[in-house]
Design a protein around this ligand. Structure first.
Ligand SMILES: [Zn+2]
Length: 426
């Protein structure tokens, strides 16, 4: 009896020892041909990056001996921080008839999203901001990549966007009773109801509040592209979000809608198509940044005249086309800070880095566009101490390319190696 008890006790003790033992920290040495630690610096010569437990421990010149469990040979590559896209929709693919809102359950978005998370991270984007998606889908993906259940980028998720009734991000084009059935629960009217929807989004797990401040191009709503929310509603949304420590990202096309959003204290304007001087000045005065999403227009333009879009949408696409060609240069002329975001999902996921060339075509330097997708984007996320540069203590979000992106930013369209939170993406 005593012996049996002792054996059981011994078994329990050994199980406890296994459970209590800390997981052995794996140390990885990355042998880099050159390291660009920060968009503001220059590539170094050969260097060794030590990564332990998902974090960068050290970056030292040369390829001298180190104690590591594993070495990764990137000795012919330039190694730099993982890229950040501030505007993606992983849960959707381009095209797609609007009536699919009525036939595809939100859960399908998680399946599509898992596929797109891998495509996106393989393209070198180690952090994305999910800019509006159905119910809990982006939150499920966020958890999936954070826990390593699925490969993908770190996800900062908005969840469902706040919209006016019948506005962009609400359902449109169906019979009234179908619209009602498909309602996301995030439309609002008046400052009180809009504030309460911000609190609801916060309760549900939103990292950032997304609103559709003006009409949108790809929805069936035909009410133009100007402001949808009133100034009082926008202010209630911004103030409530800020009181909860959340930023607000506003989809906005029309100039007065952009201006109104900036004056309300909204943190970023997404798209910003009709930006004019008054709107630009309001953005500058309020520290509102612009996420231009030039690739969105590039992607939808490729589908014009092919029966992909309804006539109401085709008209809106043709109206915004000429404006996007000068958007970034106008914003910079008005002193607005431009940060990187693409609207992937409106175009094919994985093409995110093609945005860089569209930005440089409007006068930004290679260094400026790289900063917009690393240090600049990290700052917008409030994560400037965690991602966007390579330094001891930072998350090991690391990519490698051939050549020097400061000399030719299009080398970022072909990323050869990706590590997120210390894990290599296959
Ligand atoms: Zn979008």
């Amino acid at each position: 009896m005593t012996g049996h008890v002792r054996r059981v006790a011994g078994f329990v003790a050994s199980v406890c020892a296994v459970l209590a033992a800390p997981l052995a920290a794996e140390t990885v040495a990355i042998r880099a041909g050159a390291v660009l630690t920060d968009a503001a610096s220059e590539p170094s010569g050969p260097a060794t990056i030590i990564v332990t437990d998902g974090r960068i421990v050290s970056i030292t010149p040369g390829a001298g001996p180190v104690i590591a469990d594993r070495e990764i040979d990137l000795s012919t590559k330039t190694v730099l921080p993982g890229l950040i896209d501030l505007h993606t929709h992983l849960t959707g693919d381009p095209g797609g008839d609007f009536w699919k809102d009525a036939t595809e359950p939100d859960e399908w978005g998680v399946v599509v999203g898992a596929k797109n998370a891998l495509v996106t991270v393989r393209a070198g984007f180690t952090t994305v901001r999910e800019a509006g998606s159905g119910t809990e889908t982006a939150f499920a993906l966020r958890r999936g990549t954070a826990e390593g259940v699925i490969p993908g980028p770190r996800i900062v998720a908005a969840g469902p966007a706040l919209a006016i009734i019948g506005g962009h991000a609400d359902v449109n084009g169906f019979r009234p009773e179908v619209n009602e059935l498909l309602d996301s629960g995030f439309t609002c009217t008046g400052p009180v109801e809009c504030a309460s929807k911000v609190r609801l989004a916060s309760q549900n797990g939103s990292d950032v509040i997304k609103i559709t401040a003006t009409g949108g191009v790809l929805s069936q709503q035909g009410r133009g592209l100007e402001a949808h929310f009133t100034p009082e509603e926008m202010k209630a949304i911004a103030d409530t979000a800020h009181s909860l420590g959340l930023k607000v990202m506003a989809h906005a096309h029309g100039a007065r809608g952009i201006q109104q959003a900036a004056e309300a204290g909204i943190d970023s304007i997404e798209h910003g198509t009709y930006l004019d001087e008054a709107a630009g000045k309001a953005m500058k005065a309020n520290g509102t940044v612009l996420v231009p999403t030039l690739m969105a227009l590039e992607g939808v333009s490729e589908g014009l005249g092919k029966g992909i879009y309804t006539p109401v949408v085709e008209d809106k696409i043709r109206a915004v086309q000429p404006l996007m060609a000068t958007l970034v240069s106008r914003a910079r002329e008005y002193g607005v800070t431009v940060v990187f975001g693409t609207d992937a999902g409106v175009f094919q996921h994985g093409r995110n880095a093609e945005e860089f060339a569209l930005m440089t075509a409007q006068g930004m330097s290679n260094r400026e566009v790289l900063a917009s997708a690393t240090t600049g984007a990290a700052k917008v996320l409030g994560m400037e101490g965690e991602i966007g540069r390579l330094a001891p203590g930072y998350s090991a979000d690391i990519i490698a390319v051939d050549g020097n992106p400061l000399a030719d930013v299009t080398v970022l369209e072909d990323v050869d190696f990706v590590m997120v939170r210390g894990k290599v993406i296959e």
